[in-house]
Design a protein around this ligand. Structure first.
Ligand SMILES: [Zn+2]
Length: 325
C-alpha cells in the first residue's frame, strides 16, 4: 500500500557563491550571492508497525570552519560570508528531535557544504551514492577546483552503506516484503535494484511503499543522489530534493546556462562546477520534466539545496522545521 512522509526543511548554514562560477550569462561578473545549504528531515510512519523512521538528507555546513580539514578550510575562505549556525543539530532541536532519533543520514554527495558533522550522529547509519567512498578514501582524485577536497575519515564505515552502481544490473533482485520493519530496508540499500519510476530512469524505493525514492542524479559529482518524497496522497504531491543537481532556478527554467570558465593555470582546460557538464544537463532536463504541468506523477515541487529565494519564501510561510513542506 502506498504511503507518504512528512518532509521538513532544516537550516544548516549559509555560504557565499561567486555567481560567475555557476551561472551564465551574467550582467555583473563580480556578483556574489549568499545562499543557504539546505538539509531536510523526513519522517516515515509504517502503516504496518506504526513505527516512525527518521531520515536526514544532507548535513549542510559545519558550525565552525576550523572543524574542517585544512584544504577544505582554506576553500571555505573563498565562500565568505560563511555561517554554520544554526546547524542541523540546532535545527532538529528546534522541533525536539535529537540526533539519536535519526535512523539514517543520506548525503546527496560528499562536497564540504553538504557533509556537516557526521560525528554528531553516533547512532545513525549513513548512505551515500555509488562512487562517494572512492572520493573519500582517495582512490579517485578530482582536479576540478578547490571545492573538491574530501575527508578520509568522514563516515563511520561500519555504519555506512554505499548504494549500488546505477550503471550495472544487479544479479540478485531485492527481497521486498511490505511487512518488514522499515529499518530492515535501510540495511538492505546496498543490495537494491535501480528501477525506472515515471520519467525518472533510476530510482530505489527506500521503504517499498512509494513514499521516499532515491534518485540517481549524475553529473555534479560521482555518487550524486536526490530524493523524491511523496508528501500527500490525495491529491498527489511530491517534493524533489535536488541537492546540487542545479545551483540556480534560472538554469532549471532554461533562462540561464551552467557557467564555464578558464583557469589561468591550465589555459587549455574548461572548468565547470559540475564534474560532467553534459550529464548534469541531462539530469536538469529530467528534473525540469518532473516539475512541468501534466507530468505523470502529479504535482512536484523541486527544491535546490542553495536556493535563497525558496528559503526566504519558506521562512515567511513557516515551512522550516518544526513546520513541514
Ligand atoms: Zn556540490
Amino acid at each position: 500500500m502506498r504511503n507518504s512522509v512528512s518532509v521538513h526543511a532544516l537550516r544548516a548554514g549559509n555560504l557565499t557563491l561567486p555567481e560567475n562560477k555557476f551561472l551564465a550569462p551574467l550582467e555583473d561578473i563580480e556578483s556574489r550571492r549568499t545562499v543557504p545549504s539546505l538539509s531536510f528531515l523526513i519522517q516515515h510512519c509504517s502503516r504496518v508497525t506504526r513505527k516512525t523512521t527518521r531520515l536526514v538528507f544532507d548535513l549542510g555546513i559545519r558550525r565552525e570552519p576550523h572543524f574542517y580539514q585544512e584544504d577544505i578550510r582554506r576553500h571555505t575562505m573563498t565562500r565568505e560570508p560563511l555561517s554554520g549556525r544554526p546547524d542541523v543539530i540546532d535545527s532538529l532541536d528546534s522541533g525536539d528531535i535529537a540526533s539519536s532519533d535519526i535512523d539514517m543520514v543520506i548525503l546527496s554527495h560528499v562536497h564540504w557544504d553538504h557533509i556537516g558533522m557526521p560525528s554528531d550522529f553516533p547512532l545513525s547509519s549513513f548512505a551515500v551514492g555509488h562512487g562517494s567512498l572512492d572520493l573519500l578514501n582517495g582512490t579517485k582524485v578530482l582536479s576540478n577546483g578547490g571545492h573538491s577536497h574530501f575527508e578520509k575519515d568522514l563516515l563511520p564505515m561500519e555504519r555506512t552503506v554505499e548504494l549500488p552502481d546505477p550503471t550495472r544490473a544487479r544479479i540478485h533482485d531485492e527481497q521486498v516484503d511490505c511487512h518488514q520493519d522499515p529499518v530492515f530496508y535501510l540495511g538492505m540499500l546496498s543490495q537494491r535494484l535501480w528501477r525506472p519510476f515515471g520519467p525518472v530512469p533510476r530510482t530505489i524505493d527506500i521503504f517499498a511503499d512509494g513514499s521516499v525514492l532515491l534518485v540517481d542524479s549524475p553529473g555534479h559529482l560521482p555518487g550524486h543522489i536526490n530524493l523524491l518524497c511523496l508528501v500527500n496522497l490525495d491529491p498527489v504531491r511530491y517534493v524533489y530534493l535536488a541537492g546540487d543537481a542545479c545551483h540556480d532556478r534560472r538554469i532549471l527554467t532554461g533562462e540561464c546556462n551552467i557557467a564555464e570558465w578558464k583557469d589561468p593555470k591550465f589555459p587549455d582546460k574548461v572548468c565547470c562546477i559540475h564534474l560532467d557538464r553534459e550529464e548534469a544537463m541531462n539530469t536538469i532536463k529530467m528534473i525540469r520534466s518532473l516539475e512541468m504541468d501534466g507530468n505523470s506523477l502529479g504535482e512536484v515541487e523541486v527544491i535546490l539545496a542553495h536556493d535563497d529565494q525558496w528559503a526566504k519564501d519558506a521562512e515567511k510561510r513557516g515551512r522550516f522545521f518544526p513546520g513541514a513542506l
